[in-house]
Design a protein around this ligand. Structure first.
Ligand code: SF4
Length: 326
């Protein structure tokens, strides 16, 4: 399977008056053509900062080192002018809040057509026709009329669709979706996810789906990587990982997922304690203060992400934990 994205030893830090914050502590992963990689973890686990680093969108005090290859080309540290040839066209990102991507002062027509004129060199007329077609693809009714509306004239769910349409205008190879449905109610969330699944089928793009919601991962992703305190603690196919989690943190996340068949005794367990301070990570395993299985080795030696099995679907499973199995 061809790789769209190959990330090697990516580290992201932020300098703050209180000291350096290690947001991402050296991660390796790939995303293949046409697949959906789910990236899950609590807020502050580093999952969004990985992709902000890849997109060159870190805050001014942020710095990313390592290697990020997009379709074989190194893009980490590219000058903005060169990065812009990739960003928005071949690789685009959508956010929880559509207003992060949409300009409230410009009509949707202006925002969409400018992208097409700039990246694909289309005439204004052709760009408008393609914009309408894309709004129809994300199931916006009366797309032609709505093209002239401003972002605030759309409902939350419709605005999210406009943002997805904008992100897909140039037919990207990779769509990075950062909590794309978190702010929406359950019904609209389901509709937006359906739209994304349909578009992925039509366009064959890869998706990196960043979320804290395991239900969304179960529904959408092929493979998943679980993040904790800036590191990947478990990776595998969604089926394997949900059926047989092998890292105590993944196990805890799954236990805290609401279930339809829950009873008094199975009701929502939460993971006790708080994630560690990224300015001052504990020695050994970052999860040790919250782990019910911690033993003598855990505070002394940092566990490394290591392959431990090949799932039935051929996807290698890895985890960062000293226990051989749970
Ligand atoms: Fe728990 Fe130790 Fe495994 Fe860390 S290495 S997850 S503390 S058992």
């Amino acid at each position: 399977m061809s790789k769209v994205l190959e990330v090697t030893d990516l580290k992201t830090t932020f300098s703050t008056p209180e000291g350096e914050v290690k947001a991402v502590g050296g991660v390796d992963f790939t995303i293949n053509k046409g697949e959906t990689l789910g990236v899950v973890g609590e807020s502050g686990s580093g999952k969004s900062q990985i992709f902000m680093s890849i997109m060159g969108l870190l805050a001014r005090n942020g710095r990313a080192v390592g290697s990020v290859k997009f379709q074989g080309q190194e893009i980490l540290g590219l000058p903005v002018k060169d990065l812009n040839r990739v960003r928005g066209a071949k690789m685009s990102m959508i956010f929880q809040d559509p207003m992060t991507s949409l300009n409230p002062y410009l009509s949707v027509r202006r925002q969409m057509t400018e992208v097409l004129m700039q990246h694909k060199g289309l005439s204004e007329e052709k760009a408008a026709a393609e914009s309408v077609a894309m709004l129809e693809k994300v199931q916006i009714p009366e797309a032609k009329r709505r093209l002239d509306m401003f972002p605030h004239e759309f409902s939350g769910g419709m605005r999210q669709r406009v943002m997805i349409a904008m992100a897909l205008l140039c037919g990207p190879e990779l769509l990075i979706a950062d909590e794309p449905t978190t702010a929406l109610d359950v019904t609209v969330q389901a509709q937006i996810l359906e739209v994304l699944v349909g578009l992925q089928r039509d366009f064959g793009m890869a998706i990196a789906l960043i979320t804290h919601d395991l239900g969304v991962i179960a529904r959408m992703a092929d493979r998943v990587m679980v993040m904790y305190a800036g590191g990947i603690v478990e990776k595998g196919s969604v089926r394997d990982l949900f059926k047989d989690p092998q890292h105590p943190y993944t196990q805890g996340l799954l236990e805290s997922m609401p279930r339809l068949d829950e009873t008094e005794s199975t009701r929502l367990q939460t993971i006790g304690g708080q994630p560690p301070n990224l300015q001052n990570l504990p020695s050994g395993c970052s999860f040790r203060d919250r782990c019910r299985y911690a033993f003598e080795r855990c505070p002394v030696e940092r566990p490394v992400l290591t392959p431990f099995a090949e799932g039935p679907d051929g996807v290698t499973r890895s985890k960062a934990c000293h226990l051989p199995s749970l």
